[in-house]
Design a protein around this ligand. Sequence first.
Ligand SMILES: [Zn+2]
Length: 289
Amino acid sequence: MKLTKKIMTLFLVALLCTFTFASTAFAAEPSITVSKGTAQIGGEVTVDVAISENPGFAALDATIAYNEDVLQLKSIDTTGKLLGQGGMVSPNVTSGKISYMNTANVTGNGVLFSVTFTVLDNAALGDTEVAVNITNCANASAATVSSLVGETKGSVTVVCANHAWDEGTVTKEPTATATGEKTYNCTNEGCDATKTDSIPALGNAGTGNDGTAGGDQTANNGDQTANNDGQTTDNNDQTNNGDQTSNQTGSNVSPKTDDAGNMMALIVMIVVIAGVGGIVVFRKKASAM
Ligand SMILES: [Zn+2]
Protein backbone atom coordinates (compact mmCIF):
# COMPACT_ATOMS: atom_id res chain seq x y z
CA MET A 1 0.00 0.00 0.00
CA LYS A 2 2.79 2.48 0.89
CA LEU A 3 4.54 1.77 -2.45
CA THR A 4 1.35 2.43 -4.40
CA LYS A 5 0.90 5.81 -2.62
CA LYS A 6 4.49 6.81 -3.43
CA ILE A 7 4.04 5.91 -7.09
CA MET A 8 0.78 7.88 -7.23
CA THR A 9 2.46 10.95 -5.64
CA LEU A 10 5.39 10.79 -8.05
CA PHE A 11 2.96 10.54 -10.97
CA LEU A 12 0.97 13.60 -9.82
CA VAL A 13 4.15 15.66 -9.32
CA ALA A 14 5.34 14.72 -12.81
CA LEU A 15 1.95 15.67 -14.26
CA LEU A 16 2.00 19.05 -12.47
CA CYS A 17 5.54 19.76 -13.71
CA THR A 18 4.50 18.99 -17.30
CA PHE A 19 1.55 21.40 -17.18
CA THR A 20 3.63 24.19 -15.60
CA PHE A 21 6.39 23.76 -18.19
CA ALA A 22 3.91 23.68 -21.08
CA SER A 23 2.08 26.85 -20.06
CA THR A 24 5.41 28.71 -19.65
CA ALA A 25 6.68 27.53 -23.05
CA PHE A 26 3.57 28.59 -24.98
CA ALA A 27 3.05 32.02 -23.37
CA ALA A 28 4.09 34.71 -25.92
CA GLU A 29 6.57 37.30 -24.71
CA PRO A 30 5.83 41.06 -24.90
CA SER A 31 7.64 42.53 -27.90
CA ILE A 32 8.27 45.72 -29.88
CA THR A 33 8.64 45.42 -33.67
CA VAL A 34 9.87 47.86 -36.34
CA SER A 35 8.40 47.30 -39.80
CA LYS A 36 10.29 47.15 -43.10
CA GLY A 37 9.81 49.61 -45.93
CA THR A 38 10.96 50.33 -49.49
CA ALA A 39 11.57 53.73 -51.07
CA GLN A 40 13.18 55.27 -54.13
CA ILE A 41 16.02 57.76 -53.93
CA GLY A 42 14.49 61.15 -53.13
CA GLY A 43 11.23 59.48 -52.00
CA GLU A 44 9.60 58.95 -48.61
CA VAL A 45 9.09 55.83 -46.51
CA THR A 46 7.15 55.21 -43.28
CA VAL A 47 7.95 52.46 -40.78
CA ASP A 48 5.60 51.42 -37.96
CA VAL A 49 6.78 50.76 -34.41
CA ALA A 50 4.29 48.28 -32.90
CA ILE A 51 3.72 46.38 -29.66
CA SER A 52 2.32 42.89 -29.08
CA GLU A 53 1.47 41.00 -25.86
CA ASN A 54 1.44 44.40 -24.14
CA PRO A 55 1.98 43.92 -20.36
CA GLY A 56 0.71 47.50 -19.74
CA PHE A 57 2.81 50.68 -19.52
CA ALA A 58 2.22 54.32 -18.56
CA ALA A 59 5.60 55.91 -19.41
CA LEU A 60 7.93 55.22 -22.32
CA ASP A 61 11.07 56.82 -23.80
CA ALA A 62 12.31 55.78 -27.23
CA THR A 63 15.24 56.80 -29.46
CA ILE A 64 15.18 56.25 -33.22
CA ALA A 65 18.56 55.38 -34.77
CA TYR A 66 19.28 55.31 -38.53
CA ASN A 67 22.04 55.96 -41.09
CA GLU A 68 22.13 59.76 -41.62
CA ASP A 69 23.99 59.28 -44.94
CA VAL A 70 20.93 57.48 -46.32
CA LEU A 71 17.85 58.74 -44.45
CA GLN A 72 16.59 61.99 -43.01
CA LEU A 73 13.94 61.88 -40.25
CA LYS A 74 10.92 63.84 -41.48
CA SER A 75 8.13 63.20 -38.94
CA ILE A 76 7.04 61.07 -35.98
CA ASP A 77 3.30 60.41 -36.16
CA THR A 78 1.09 59.33 -33.25
CA THR A 79 -2.33 60.31 -34.65
CA GLY A 80 -4.64 57.29 -34.54
CA LYS A 81 -1.85 55.21 -32.94
CA LEU A 82 -1.62 53.83 -29.38
CA LEU A 83 0.51 56.75 -28.13
CA GLY A 84 -1.99 59.21 -29.63
CA GLN A 85 -4.91 57.99 -27.46
CA GLY A 86 -4.66 60.03 -24.25
CA GLY A 87 -1.65 60.96 -22.15
CA MET A 88 1.13 63.34 -23.17
CA VAL A 89 3.40 62.58 -26.10
CA SER A 90 6.38 64.67 -27.21
CA PRO A 91 8.09 63.56 -30.41
CA ASN A 92 11.31 65.37 -31.31
CA VAL A 93 12.29 65.08 -34.99
CA THR A 94 15.67 66.82 -34.48
CA SER A 95 16.89 64.44 -31.75
CA GLY A 96 14.94 61.39 -32.96
CA LYS A 97 13.49 60.87 -29.48
CA ILE A 98 9.89 60.36 -28.37
CA SER A 99 8.63 60.56 -24.78
CA TYR A 100 5.22 59.37 -23.51
CA MET A 101 3.53 59.90 -20.11
CA ASN A 102 0.11 58.76 -18.89
CA THR A 103 -1.59 58.24 -15.49
CA ALA A 104 -3.20 54.92 -16.50
CA ASN A 105 -1.66 51.92 -18.25
CA VAL A 106 -1.86 51.62 -22.02
CA THR A 107 -2.87 47.97 -22.52
CA GLY A 108 -3.73 47.66 -26.22
CA ASN A 109 -1.68 46.03 -28.96
CA GLY A 110 -0.82 47.59 -32.32
CA VAL A 111 1.15 50.52 -33.72
CA LEU A 112 2.63 52.78 -31.01
CA PHE A 113 3.86 55.43 -33.47
CA SER A 114 5.07 55.78 -37.07
CA VAL A 115 8.30 57.29 -38.35
CA THR A 116 8.57 58.86 -41.81
CA PHE A 117 11.96 59.30 -43.51
CA THR A 118 13.09 61.04 -46.69
CA VAL A 119 15.67 59.08 -48.71
CA LEU A 120 18.65 61.33 -49.49
CA ASP A 121 19.48 61.97 -53.18
CA ASN A 122 23.02 60.55 -52.85
CA ALA A 123 21.98 57.53 -50.74
CA ALA A 124 23.52 54.12 -51.48
CA LEU A 125 21.08 51.57 -52.87
CA GLY A 126 20.14 48.53 -50.78
CA ASP A 127 19.04 47.87 -47.19
CA THR A 128 19.63 50.35 -44.39
CA GLU A 129 18.88 49.67 -40.73
CA VAL A 130 16.26 51.54 -38.70
CA ALA A 131 16.48 50.80 -34.96
CA VAL A 132 14.19 51.83 -32.13
CA ASN A 133 15.65 51.71 -28.62
CA ILE A 134 13.22 51.79 -25.69
CA THR A 135 15.46 53.40 -23.06
CA ASN A 136 12.85 53.60 -20.31
CA CYS A 137 9.47 51.99 -19.71
CA ALA A 138 7.33 51.97 -16.53
CA ASN A 139 3.74 51.12 -15.59
CA ALA A 140 1.18 53.21 -13.67
CA SER A 141 2.63 51.90 -10.38
CA ALA A 142 6.03 53.35 -11.42
CA ALA A 143 7.50 49.84 -11.71
CA THR A 144 9.95 49.28 -14.62
CA VAL A 145 8.51 47.15 -17.45
CA SER A 146 11.82 45.49 -18.31
CA SER A 147 10.31 43.20 -20.97
CA LEU A 148 9.81 46.23 -23.25
CA VAL A 149 13.18 47.89 -22.63
CA GLY A 150 15.80 47.35 -25.33
CA GLU A 151 16.58 47.79 -29.00
CA THR A 152 14.57 46.46 -31.98
CA LYS A 153 15.68 46.69 -35.60
CA GLY A 154 13.77 47.15 -38.82
CA SER A 155 15.01 48.16 -42.28
CA VAL A 156 14.39 50.36 -45.29
CA THR A 157 15.30 49.14 -48.77
CA VAL A 158 16.48 51.98 -51.01
CA VAL A 159 15.86 51.38 -54.72
CA CYS A 160 16.86 53.54 -57.70
CA ALA A 161 14.40 56.08 -59.04
CA ASN A 162 14.71 54.81 -62.64
CA HIS A 163 15.13 51.06 -62.91
CA ALA A 164 17.22 49.72 -65.81
CA TRP A 165 15.49 46.41 -66.56
CA ASP A 166 17.41 43.52 -68.11
CA GLU A 167 16.02 41.47 -71.04
CA GLY A 168 14.23 39.21 -68.54
CA THR A 169 14.14 35.45 -68.07
CA VAL A 170 11.19 33.09 -68.42
CA THR A 171 10.45 31.97 -64.87
CA LYS A 172 7.29 30.06 -65.83
CA GLU A 173 6.74 28.56 -69.29
CA PRO A 174 3.26 29.22 -70.74
CA THR A 175 1.15 26.20 -71.73
CA ALA A 176 -1.81 25.89 -74.11
CA THR A 177 -4.19 26.98 -71.35
CA ALA A 178 -2.09 28.65 -68.59
CA THR A 179 -0.22 31.97 -68.81
CA GLY A 180 3.55 31.97 -68.21
CA GLU A 181 5.73 34.50 -66.39
CA LYS A 182 8.84 36.53 -67.24
CA THR A 183 10.96 38.12 -64.50
CA TYR A 184 13.11 41.23 -65.01
CA ASN A 185 15.92 42.43 -62.71
CA CYS A 186 17.20 45.97 -62.35
CA THR A 187 20.81 46.13 -63.57
CA ASN A 188 21.72 49.27 -61.56
CA GLU A 189 24.37 48.44 -58.97
CA GLY A 190 22.95 47.77 -55.50
CA CYS A 191 19.33 47.70 -56.70
CA ASP A 192 17.54 44.41 -55.99
CA ALA A 193 14.27 45.47 -57.63
CA THR A 194 12.44 42.91 -59.78
CA LYS A 195 9.26 43.00 -61.85
CA THR A 196 7.25 40.28 -63.55
CA ASP A 197 5.27 40.23 -66.80
CA SER A 198 2.78 37.55 -67.83
CA ILE A 199 3.29 35.58 -71.04
CA PRO A 200 -0.05 34.82 -72.79
CA ALA A 201 -1.20 31.20 -72.99
CA LEU A 202 -0.25 29.49 -76.27
CA GLY A 203 -3.87 28.54 -77.04
CA ASN A 204 -5.05 25.71 -79.36
CA ALA A 205 -3.50 27.05 -82.64
CA GLY A 206 -0.39 24.83 -82.48
CA THR A 207 -2.15 21.51 -81.96
CA GLY A 208 -4.93 22.32 -84.46
CA ASN A 209 -2.47 23.00 -87.33
CA ASP A 210 -0.67 19.73 -86.74
CA GLY A 211 -3.91 17.77 -86.80
CA THR A 212 -5.15 19.37 -90.03
CA ALA A 213 -1.79 18.88 -91.78
CA GLY A 214 -1.90 15.18 -90.89
CA GLY A 215 -5.32 14.88 -92.54
CA ASP A 216 -4.05 16.57 -95.73
CA GLN A 217 -1.06 14.28 -95.92
CA THR A 218 -3.28 11.22 -95.86
CA ALA A 219 -5.32 12.61 -98.76
CA ASN A 220 -2.13 13.36 -100.77
CA ASN A 221 -0.87 9.86 -100.22
CA GLY A 222 -4.08 8.58 -101.76
CA ASP A 223 -3.48 10.73 -104.87
CA GLN A 224 0.11 9.56 -105.14
CA THR A 225 -0.91 5.91 -105.01
CA ALA A 226 -3.36 6.56 -107.83
CA ASN A 227 -0.54 8.09 -109.93
CA ASN A 228 1.69 5.07 -109.42
CA ASP A 229 0.45 3.27 -112.56
CA GLY A 230 3.04 3.43 -115.31
CA GLN A 231 5.08 6.27 -113.76
CA THR A 232 7.83 4.62 -111.77
CA THR A 233 10.47 7.36 -112.19
CA ASP A 234 8.15 10.28 -111.70
CA ASN A 235 6.58 8.69 -108.65
CA ASN A 236 9.85 8.94 -106.68
CA ASP A 237 9.84 12.69 -107.16
CA GLN A 238 6.27 12.92 -106.08
CA THR A 239 6.94 11.04 -102.84
CA ASN A 240 9.53 13.70 -101.90
CA ASN A 241 7.23 16.49 -102.93
CA GLY A 242 4.46 15.01 -100.84
CA ASP A 243 6.42 15.60 -97.60
CA GLN A 244 7.54 19.09 -98.53
CA THR A 245 4.22 20.41 -99.70
CA SER A 246 2.01 18.80 -97.07
CA ASN A 247 0.76 22.26 -95.99
CA GLN A 248 0.04 23.41 -99.54
CA THR A 249 -2.80 21.17 -100.61
CA GLY A 250 -3.94 23.48 -103.42
CA SER A 251 -0.58 23.94 -105.19
CA ASN A 252 0.23 20.27 -104.74
CA VAL A 253 -2.68 19.12 -106.89
CA SER A 254 -2.07 21.23 -110.04
CA PRO A 255 1.61 20.26 -110.66
CA LYS A 256 0.55 16.62 -110.52
CA THR A 257 -2.14 17.25 -113.10
CA ASP A 258 0.51 18.92 -115.31
CA ASP A 259 2.86 15.97 -114.82
CA ALA A 260 0.12 13.57 -115.81
CA GLY A 261 -0.70 15.76 -118.84
CA ASN A 262 2.96 15.90 -119.86
CA MET A 263 3.20 12.17 -119.51
CA MET A 264 0.14 11.70 -121.71
CA ALA A 265 1.70 13.99 -124.35
CA LEU A 266 4.96 11.98 -124.12
CA ILE A 267 3.10 8.69 -124.57
CA VAL A 268 1.19 10.12 -127.52
CA MET A 269 4.50 11.30 -129.03
CA ILE A 270 6.10 7.87 -128.49
CA VAL A 271 3.08 6.22 -130.08
CA VAL A 272 3.19 8.66 -132.99
CA ILE A 273 6.98 8.22 -133.47
CA ALA A 274 6.62 4.46 -133.17
CA GLY A 275 3.76 4.60 -135.66
CA VAL A 276 5.75 6.76 -138.10
CA GLY A 277 8.81 4.53 -137.57
CA GLY A 278 6.62 1.48 -138.15
CA ILE A 279 5.26 2.99 -141.35
CA VAL A 280 8.83 3.90 -142.51
CA VAL A 281 10.08 0.35 -141.72
CA PHE A 282 6.95 -1.12 -143.40
CA ARG A 283 7.52 1.04 -146.49
CA LYS A 284 11.25 0.13 -146.59
CA LYS A 285 10.35 -3.53 -146.29
CA ALA A 286 7.66 -3.05 -148.91
CA SER A 287 10.05 -1.31 -151.30
CA ALA A 288 12.69 -4.01 -150.73
CA MET A 289 10.18 -6.66 -151.75
ZN1 LIG B 1 16.62 49.73 -59.92
